[in-house]
Design a binder for this molecule. Structure first.
Ligand code: ADP
Ligand code: ZN
Length: 216
């Protein structure tokens, strides 16, 4: 299995690009730790109960908790060819945990891909984001509106604003990103694993092509 880490601020488009790539290519899987955690919260599992408060406050959940979930996923999906990691690792401690995990399992870290976007774009994208609580589809009132306002194109459910997308929490998430996740850029650059792509311009297909170019 080859692992590709997607780096980038909240709202940089990591999730959108990864979802498109995995939908188009059956050999590419998308692991979003945010989705994994939201699923655990919804299902009321012990991990979900532990994670809930941190997530609503825009804080990171404990490293050991997320490491366990990611480890379980990799273990039960050993047949996958390429896995795009979206949202993990999110700090240097998690990057070290991931390196150990991959070594133990015999998987390869292909690269860490940074989607570069401006702060202004990040803010506009997050504040406009609306999600479908039923199927997980993501829209944006400014950039990718649903065909009918407030309604999911895919399943017809009523769209919502994620609780952690409310303005106060967004500011805090960006702070957490700058303090904890940003150092990963230097971490992977030092290990000669960092690649950067333009996350600002072009539609999702253009960005997907950039990603494929960088990982193939
Ligand atoms: P974002 O839009 O901020 O990238 P995500 O959907 O990736 O949002 O994550 C939502 C929340 O889930 C985070 O704010 C955090 O509480 C939690 N989370 C996701 N991935 C991790 C991780 N690797 N480590 C700790 N917490 C995480
Ligand atoms: Zn839906």
């Amino acid at each position: 299995m080859d692992i590709v880490i997607l780096l980038g601020a909240p709202g940089s488009g990591k999730g959108t690009v990864a979802a498109h790539l995995s939908a188009k290519d059956a050999t590419i899987a998308h692991l979003s730790t945010g989705d994994l955690l939201r699923g655990a919260v919804k299902a009321g599992t012990p991990a979900g109960l532990e994670a809930k408060g941190y997530m609503e406050a825009g804080e990171l959940v404990p490293d050991t908790l997320i490491a366990r979930l990611v480890g379980d996923y990799l273990e039960s999906n050993g047949q996958l060819k390429t896995v795009l990691l979206d949202g993990f690792p999110r700090n240097v401690a998690q990057a070290d945990i991931l390196a150990d995990l991959l070594k133990r399992m015999g998987h390869t870290l292909r690269c860490a891909l940074m989607l570069e976007v401006s702060d202004a774009t990040v803010t506009a994208r997050i504040s406009g984001r609306r999600v479908c609580p039923a199927c997980g589809a993501v829209f944006n009132v400014n950039m990718l509106p649903p065909r009918q306002e407030g309604i999911c194109d895919a399943c017809g459910a009523q769209l919502i604003t994620r609780r952690d997308d409310l303005p106060e929490t967004v500011a805090h998430r960006l702070e957490v990103y700058r303090e904890q996740t940003f150092p990963l850029i230097a971490y992977y650059r030092e290990r000669d694993l960092l690649r950067t792509i333009d996350g600002e311009h072009g539609d999702v297909d253009v960005k997907c092509a950039h990603v494929l170019g960088a990982i193939r």
